[in-house]
Design a protein around this ligand. Structure first.
Ligand code: ATP
Ligand code: MG
Length: 184
C-alpha cells in the first residue's frame, strides 16, 4: 500500500507559514493545546486527497481553508497542501504506478477554486480521488475520523452505513470507476 511520507502546508487554515510534517512508519502523534491546529492538520490531509465539501472542512465555502488573517498577519489569497507518497512497493493505481514517489498538490486561489497536480502534471480532482479510493485513505475514508463523527456513524441511516461497509471491504474504488465508465 502507498505510504504517506510528508505533508506540507502553506497558507492553509492556521498554517500561514510553510509547515512540514514527516510521517514515518509506525505511529505519529500530534499533541498540543486546544485550537493549536491538530484538526486542521488532519483536514489538510483530507483536503489534498480531494475533499469537495466545505462543510466537512468546517467552513461555509472552500475559500475558508485559506489563512484568513490574524491581529498581526494579513490574510492570504492562496492555500497549498502537498502530500508525498512512497510508492516503492508499486501498489498505486495503474495511472500513477511508474513513479517511485508520488507528490500530490492541491492549491486553491481565493475566488477561483482548486487545482491539482501529480508529480508536476495538472490532473483532475477525480484522478486524485481515484488514486486514494482503494487505499482506504481517501477524503471520505473511515480511516479518518473527525471530532464528532463517531456519534454521526452510530446514528447513520442504513444507506450510509452500507457505504462504510463497502469502503471497509475495499470496493469503493470499483464503484467510482464503474460510475466513471457509465458516464463516458
Ligand atoms: P482542539 O484540541 O480543540 O480540537 P485543535 O488543535 O484541533 O483544537 P483546530 O481546530 O485544528 O485546533 O484549529 C482551530 C484554529 O484554527 C482556530 O484558532 C481557528 O481560528 C484557526 N483557523 C481555522 N481556519 C482558519 C483560517 N482560514 N485562517 C486562520 N485561522 C484559521
Ligand atoms: Mg481538534
Amino acid at each position: 500500500m502507498v505510504q504517506f511520507k510528508k505533508l506540507r502546508l502553506s497558507g492553509f487554515k492556521s498554517f500561514v507559514d510553510q509547515t512540514e510534517l514527516l510521517i514515518t512508519s509506525g505511529m505519529t502523534g500530534v499533541v498540543g493545546p486546544n485550537g493549536c491546529g491538530k484538526s486542521n492538520l488532519v483536514e489538510a490531509l483530507r483536503w489534498v486527497m480531494g475533499e469537495t465539501s466545505a462543510k466537512r472542512m468546517r467552513g461555509s465555502e472552500m475559500d475558508d481553508v485559506i489563512f484568513a488573517g490574524s491581529a498581526t498577519r494579513p490574510a492570504r489569497n492562496i492555500a497549498e497542501v502537498s502530500l508525498l507518497l512512497d510508492n516503492s512497493d508499486r501498489t498505486a493505481p495503474a495511472a500513477f504506478n511508474n513513479y517511485e514517489e508520488i507528490e500530490v498538490i492541491r492549491r486553491i486561489s481565493r475566488g477561483s477554486g482548486s487545482n491539482y497536480k501529480v508529480n508536476g502534471k495538472d490532473v483532475r480532482a477525480r484522478d486524485v480521488q481515484l488514486l486514494f479510493a482503494d487505499a482506504a485513505s481517501g477524503s471520505q475514508s473511515t480511516a479518518l475520523v473527525s471530532q464528532g463523527r463517531i456519534g454521526e456513524i452510530i446514528n447513520a441511516r442504513p444507506i450510509s452505513r452500507r457505504g462504510l461497509l463497502e469502503e471497509a471491504a475495499g470496493i469503493t474504488g470499483l464503484h467510482s470507476r464503474r460510475h466513471e465508465a457509465e458516464l463516458r
